[in-house]
Design a binder for this molecule. Sequence first.
Ligand code: FES
Length: 285
Amino acid sequence: MALNGAFSHLVVECSDLERSEAFYRDVIGLDVLGRNLVADNRPNSLLAMNTRQRLLLVEVDDVPSYPASGGSIHHAWLLTIEQFKQARDRLEATGYESGIDPRQSFRAVGEYNMDIHDPDGNRFQIQAFGEEGTEALRSGTGTVVMGHIDDFPVGSVTPYRKGRFFLVREDAGFLAISSWCTHKNGITIWQKESWHFYCPFHGAKFDRTGCYHGRMGCAPMRLNPVQVDGAGRVVVDTDRFFAREAYGPEQAVPARPGAQFDPAGLTELPARDEKETRESARMEG
Ligand code: FES
């Protein structure tokens, strides 16, 4: 079925039309178009979003209650970062406690969320994604010596959590794959049982060379440069990041003393400090 860009309208049941209309007008910021404009014999009010979509409030005798312990039934609005900040300010100005995010510890870097409830307890999520969600982030661990080449058999994947990378040993040599997900900077994990990197934030999967498989169209995971020093130790530079369009064996650094990372055909990315980015996001988000 071909969709024409977006959904048309949302119908929300309420127990007190006057009260809910005021909430969606004054707190959420929607425009009231009028009462009883649709073919429903129950009292209703039609409100407009600035995206041509509509929200219809229908007054009913019994609004199903939202489980107090949480649950997954909700609606979500996706805003720009500026709109998100305006919404937060408006919520606070109207007496709502904003910034409540029950899943905050599961958010990717640059992913912002507020959870609010309307007067009948219907849950709304307000979301935004900042540009830091797609930028390369330095872990602050600098250059890391991982061990001798013989410590890493072909096929091994060694996570180095603090440095935010995985050391992968291919036939062709070593890859240091940045563990930041290229969708929105979630932290991926290595799932040994199924031989892929998995991002629990929105479910992206990448193969052992860091290439994405799925419908979200994510770029391959970024590379940190690797070198093998004269003593045969594998050294990873966690301050530099290279983007690529696909995997090629020339990206792997051969397992012999003195071998160097070859950036030909790759794009070096500017990087931000992870800690500073997280702190500034907390202050401004
Ligand atoms: S951050 Fe969205 S799937 Fe990884």
